[in-house]
Design a protein around this ligand. Structure first.
Ligand code: HEM
Length: 500
């Protein structure tokens, strides 16, 4: 028996050593990017376990160069820290870096990889991205987007106008953006205090807190099958609630769908399915199966809601910090828009306000390290080899703080985007990339930019926004994990610019 167990142990040890040697030899074939030493399997815990992961990696890149290798538990990650290597990987190398790594939590919220944002590069992914892009473009036609923003914003601004004491802007903007996405995706206009929207916002915030420092099951994948953590169980329960809501909304739309009336984003997807049905396109119909469509809705809702509400929170934070900049925006809005509603046609003349928005998107790290990419073949970046299947992330914070591209990078300075006449420069600054680039560029960029600008214009047209008397801006940031930063909670007071 002892001999048998010794043999089993010897075989296991032999296999493990064999595997490690095989991996080491395989790695020797490659000229991998440099990175600090770490304990094998555990990796750089102090880096990936930190809420300031983006800053820690930027620090490492000062020593190791723009392409840094770190170990995320047992996995090798490559982080791109400047614009040259980012564009080389994402644009010049076409689809080489357009894959997405699989991870346990992703498999749960994408219902087995049926979404767009977390699914790897494939013909099915391309197909769904195209359908979703077309459905989003629908909102850029005529006055659809501006009316939607206007309607939603007005409800919340009317309520804000009644605030007599200092209040948290975040409480308003979070709900306002959730309502906005409710209208865009589900065609619903709900009352300001609607409990369903509030409950979804709470669920989303709780998920953020849970994800803040990551889930152990994403680093040690087999843990979920042998000894799942309490955090993992909680995550599954919360995801179950969100998916239930999305499936319910979708089913309600299927039951009431009419091909000649497009009520919202879900209807646009159902129209694409109807078209495939009319054309007898079986291959397309298979891809347009319910779960895929529900996942596309989830992508648009959640990719849109968090980035937009965080960006608005930052915009108002900067406006309170720099009242003179706020006044310049208001002068421009008054001149261009007058007393009417800000519209899409005003957009090209709201240069200063737009420059403030661009500067907000540079300084506010609302997408953190973005969504991890994966190489779909052996490739290179910055002169190093990147083996097929490697996880690659972009350190947007490092790009947006790079002193080679930004003078006084920590300063809020909208003039960076303007020419001598005060018009937006036709070419954006080199290292400005909040929406990423290449095959995986943000699908919502063309909607997000006008939507945010219209929101900012509506807000500043109506109110003077200030910090309460005697309160100074808090320079501390609230780190949400994976590089996402928010301003520390702050209260504001608002005063109607034209008394009703
Ligand atoms: C301030 C606003 C926003 C910012 C800064 C932002 C930024 C980003 C970034 C950095 C990515 C990852 C790109 C990559 O993997 O390299 C992304 C992906 C994505 N975004 Fe946005 N986003 C914003 C708003 C929106 C909105 C409003 C929508 C939808 C209406 C949206 C939909 C998506 C989708 C679907 C993806 C996944 C694309 C893919 O994997 O192919 N985003 N976004």
């Amino acid at each position: 028996m002892a001999i048998l167990s010794l043999n089993v142990q010897t075989i296991l040890a032999g296999l493990t050593i064999g595997l490690l040697v095989y991996k080491a030899i395989k790695r020797m074939r490659y000229r991998l990017p440099p990175g600090p030493w770490c304990i094998p399997l555990i990796g750089h815990y102090k880096v990936y376990g930190s809420v300031e992961i983006h800053k820690k990696i930027a620090e490492l890149s000062k020593k190791y160069g723009p392409v840094v290798r770190i170990s995320f538990g047992p996995q090798m990650w490559i982080v791109l820290n400047n614009i040259d290597v980012t564009l080389e990987a994402m644009v010049k190398k076409k689809a080489d870096f357009a894959g997405r790594p699989k991870f346990n939590s992703g498999e749960v919220f994408t219902e087995g990889g049926k979404d767009i944002a977390f699914t790897s590069y494939s013909p099915t992914w391309k197909f769904h991205r195209k359908i979703a892009g077309k459905a989003l473009r629908h909102y850029l036609q005529g006055d659809l987007l501006e009316n939607m923003v206007q309607d939603n914003a007005e409800k919340f601004l009317n309520k804000m106008a009644k605030e007599k004491e200092p209040f948290f802007f975040k409480d308003y903007v979070d709900l306002m953006i959730f309502h906005q996405l409710y209208t865009l995706c589900f065609g619903e206009k709900r009352p300001v205090d609607d409990p369903e929207v509030k409950a979804l916002l709470k669920l989303d915030n709780d998920l953020f807190d849970l994800f803040g420092t990551g889930l152990l099951e994403d680093i040690v994948p087999y843990l979920k099958d042998i000894y799942p953590t309490a955090k993992w169980k909680k995550f599954n329960k919360m995801m179950g609630e969100i998916l239930h809501l999305l499936h319910t909304k979708f089913k309600q739309h299927v039951d009431t769908f009419s091909p000649d009336k497009n009520r919202d984003f879900i209807d646009s997807l159902l129209m694409a399915r109807q078209e495939a049905e009319n054309e007898g396109d079986e291959a397309a119909l298979e891809k347009l199966e319910d779960t895929y469509l529900v996942q596309t809705i989830g992508d648009i809702f959640f990719a849109g809601v968090d980035t937009t509400r965080f960006a608005m929170d930052w915009f108002v934070y900067f406006m309170t910090r720099f009242p003179e900049i706020q006044t310049k925006c208001q002068e421009e809005i008054d001149r261009v828009v007058g007393s009417g509603h800000p519209s899409m046609k005003d957009r090209s003349n709201l240069d200063y306000t737009e420059a403030c928005l661009f500067e907000t998107l540079r300084l506010a790290n609302v997408a953190g390290l973005g969504i991890p990419h994966k190489t779909i073949c052996d490739t290179q970046v910055g002169g190093y080899d990147i083996p097929k299947g490697t996880t690659v992330v972009i350190n947007f914070w490092a790009l947006h703080q790079d002193p080679k591209h930004w003078k006084d990078p920590e300063q809020f300075d909208p003039s960076r985007y303007l020419d001598e006449e005060g018009k937006m420069k036709p070419i954006r600054p080199d290292s400005w990339l909040p929406f990423s680039a290449g095959r995986r560029v943000c699908l919502g960029e063309t909607v997000a930019k006008p939507e945010l600008l219209l929101l900012c214009a509506n807000l500043l047209q109506r109110f003077d926004i200030r910090l309460p008397d005697g309160v100074k801006a808090n320079p501390e940031h609230n780190m949400k994990g994976f590089g996402i930063e928010l301003p520390s909670d702050y209260k504001i007071v608002v005063k109607e610019r034209i008394e009703n």
